[in-house]
Design a protein around this ligand. Structure first.
Ligand SMILES: [Zn+2]
Length: 428
């Protein structure tokens, strides 16, 4: 029989709360950061080991060009000390990892348009805009309206650490951005209006640009730092584009792969229904409205036929649709090519449907749509803004929409209505 004291001890032991494993998200950001880093380092080592093994096994079988390529890579590399061993690391590490296309590694220069904003001050020596003397400019400047979103420049699966700090007379509110998925780099964004300290996933909004600190107007000052040496380096286009758009610049291979299925984003039936709803030739359920079988354009008095209100002569609505689909598909190639050049990826389905509806309404405006977008996957409001701005003639700076009375209010009203109709079909 147990003594009362022993019993009490057992009861006490049983009622003691058992230690439970805390949820990852409940840990402090610093602890999460340490865990993520050590885990990813371990994964990287395993992956490198596997790659090395496969490489050794395949080496005798590979073609001479590849041998030559490896040779070049090794000889163009730089000596890097990792712990007690010295390894060769070739220069464009990110390019080889397939993280960014080669063009993304180019340095940001004055005049470049990145994420829809133009760089007006470059990296290097310059006359300081406030102090008037010649100084090193450690980053690049882009005028951006206060409140412009900044994203983490990393893939969605990544964890990115953001430290927000304040330097009232200089950098203002600024963010230091690091991620184990962007090895060797630290990014600094200055003069922010908002900044969110903590761990974020890739592509998350982490700050808003502003005009804090020593600044002559709302702008983003962006720096790239080599984390090994702590030295500022010439910022590269891809990271800045990623931070301003939230979208990963694609590698050339991905772009080329994307060139084939571009047409599959919207099939002919959806295209007819979406644009037909905006034109008033199709009902919400994609059945034909009487206007489908022929109507007169209220703007220019021309005879229209089919879903797209085709005006160039056809013997039946079906023939009119087939002819216009052919034209729209050609326009689509040009539009997506522009998107790939600007964003590194084609437009989203919603943006593409609106680009084509705009092109159907006014080809010149449709061709200008991408120019007025900030991202390949814009919000409905961004689509309406870009559609409306596309009616401004770039040569004269004036509205060119006689069918809408060249009135900004009419255009915006019309473009809002059409965007709503198209999105209702594309995102039901
Ligand atoms: Zn600056």
């Amino acid at each position: 029989m147990l003594s009362l004291i022993a019993k009490a001890a057992i009861v006490q032991k049983l009622s003691k709360p058992q230690p439970t494993k805390p949820d990852f998200d409940a840990l402090s950001p610093d602890l999460q950061w340490q865990i993520v880093r050590s885990r990813e380092r371990a994964e990287l080592l395993v992956q490198l080991g596997a790659i090395a093994l496969v490489g050794i096994l395949l080496t005798p079988m590979v073609v001479p060009q590849l041998n030559q390529h490896m040779d070049t890579v090794l000889h163009d590399g730089v000596k890097v000390k990792v712990g007690p061993i010295t390894v060769w690391e070739s220069e464009p590490v990110l390019e080889q990892m397939g993280v960014l296309p080669p063009t993304s590694l180019e340095p940001v220069e004055v005049g470049d348009e990145i994420g829809g904003f133009r760089v007006n001050s470059g990296y290097g020596m310059r006359i300081h805009p406030i102090y008037g003397d010649e100084r090193m400019h450690n980053g690049v400047d882009l005028p951006t309206p206060t409140g412009t979103a900044l994203y983490t420049p990393a893939a969605r699966s990544s964890r990115v650490k953001v430290d927000c700090k304040d330097q009232p007379g200089g950098a203002g509110k600024y963010a230091e951005i690091t991620s184990p998925d962007i090895p060797g780099k630290v990014f600094v964004a200055m003069h922010l209006s908002k900044c969110i300290t903590g761990l974020h996933h890739g592509g998350a909004v982490i700050a808003a640009t502003g005009n804090t600190g020593a600044s002559t107007g709302p702008h983003l000052h962006w720096e790239q730092i080599d984390s090994a040496t702590g030295q500022r380096e010439h910022p590269q286009k891809g990271f800045l584009q990623w931070a301003l758009t939230g979208q990963q610049p694609k590698t050339l291979e991905q772009i080329n792969q994307g060139a084939v299925p571009l047409q599959s984003l919207i099939d002919d039936e959806l295209l007819k229904c979406a644009i037909g709803n905006a034109e008033g030739t199709m009902h919400d359920d994609c059945s034909k409205n009487p206007a489908y079988f022929g109507h007169t354009d209220p703007g220019n008095g021309a005879a229209n036929l089919g879903a797209f209100s085709y005006q160039h002569g056809a013997s039946s609505p079906q023939e009119a649709d087939a002819k216009q689909i052919e034209r729209l598909r050609k326009a689509e190639q040009g539009i997506q090519q522009k998107a790939v050049e600007k964003f590194g990826q084609p437009l989203s389905q919603a943006a593409l449907a609106n680009a084509l509806d705009l092109w159907n309404q006014a080809p010149l405006a449709g061709d200008d749509f991408v120019k007025h977008l900030r991202t390949a996957d814009p919000s409905p409001q961004e689509i309406i803004d870009a559609r409306s701005r596309s009616f401004v003639d770039p040569e004269t700076g004036r509205l060119d929409a006689p069918g809408l009375g060249n009135s900004e209010e009419n255009i915006r009203h019309d473009q809002t209505r059409r965007t709503d109709e198209v999105l209702e079909q594309v995102n039901p």
